[in-house]
Design a protein around this ligand. Structure first.
Ligand code: BTN
Length: 285
């Protein structure tokens, strides 16, 4: 056990509006502390994974946490996964059944409820500061066209207490952070249970191309293990996963052949809005 447990929320600062809490938390005075939290009511330049925009109108939870974990740099790839698991557990306190899509999309059914963005820095060969951003669609109900998103309000039919969601997320992140410091990969079994990607035929869009295959599990550095149609096992460290629907009796290759027509499996979106290729106060393709 960690001798001195860490807490997410040692300092909690709230602001009405910032461009992105990811930058503001390192720029604002008094927040350069392990476990400090910045929450914004809205963001004008919210960002999501892989360079996407994270639409951040009032009603959503927009939070960044500053961490100074004493771990080896090669363990940093696990942070997005335990953070995603913590957020998924936090929102399961509400009457929704969330699950994960690798690495850290929080989904209800096939719609995105929340996500996690991790930005880290090394100081020499040591981990310096890690900024962990969490976005959860709580009371926002408009998502960009082409992006299937949802919110707690939309799922449950009435507005929910935003502060209660923030508190639940901080509690779960505190547990997950301490568990990670004690045993970095200890959470991976629980992660695999809540991760809908594992065991599925997938198409994973990486920066070097799209990989098709079956997701076998998660490696010890947090990478997605995919067995390709050529029976090679790849360790993917980044990417966007599409869970490919396979008709009973069809093989994975046939399912991939139909992908283009289905728009890559991203669905029709679930509301108004105008921007494509953006994260809806949430969603990523
Ligand atoms: C994703 O693409 O799924 C990750 C989204 C992370 C969004 C959060 S909202 C708070 C923090 N500030 C940002 O600009 N992004 C993260």
């Amino acid at each position: 056990m960690t001798l001195r447990p860490r807490r997410v929320g040692t300092v909690v600062e709230r602001v009405d509006e910032v461009a992105s809490t990811m930058d503001a938390i390192v720029e604002m005075d008094g927040l350069d502390k392990d476990g400090a939290v910045l929450i914004a009511r809205r963001q004008t330049g919210g960002r999501g994974r892989r360079g996407r925009t994270w639409h951040s109108p009032e009603g959503g939870l927009y939070m960044s946490v500053l961490l100074k974990p004493k771990v080896e740099p090669d363990r940093l790839g696990l942070v997005p996964l335990w953070a995603g698991l913590a957020v998924t557990r936090a929102v399961s306190k509400w009457d929704v059944e969330p699950h994960l899509s690798w690495p850290n999309d929080v989904l209800v059914g096939t719609k995105k409820l929340g996500g996690v963005l991790v930005e880290g820095s090394l100081s020499g060969d040591k981990v310096g500061r890690v900024v962990l951003g969490v976005g959860v669609n709580v009371n926002n109900v408009i998502f960009p066209t082409g992006v299937p998103g949802t919110s707690l309000r939309q799922e449950l039919g009435r507005a929910q207490d935003l502060d209660a969601v923030a508190t639940a997320v901080m509690e779960r992140l505190t547990e997950a952070y301490n568990a990670f410091l004690d045993e970095p990969g200890g959470f991976l079994e629980d992660y695999e249970h809540l991760c809908a990607t594992v065991g599925q035929p997938v198409a994973c869009e990486t920066s070097t191309g799209t990989v098709h295959g079956e997701a076998l599990g998660i490696g010890e550095a947090g990478e997605l293990l995919v067995r390709t149609e050529e029976h090679e096992v790849l360790h993917l460290r980044e990417g966007d996963v599409v869970h490919v629907e396979v008709e009973p009796g069809a093989d994975v290759a046939e399912a991939h052949a139909g992908e283009g027509a289905e728009g890559g499996g991203t669905g029709d979106g679930d509301g108004e809005g105008t921007e494509d290729d953006a994260d809806a106060g949430g969603p990523s393709p």
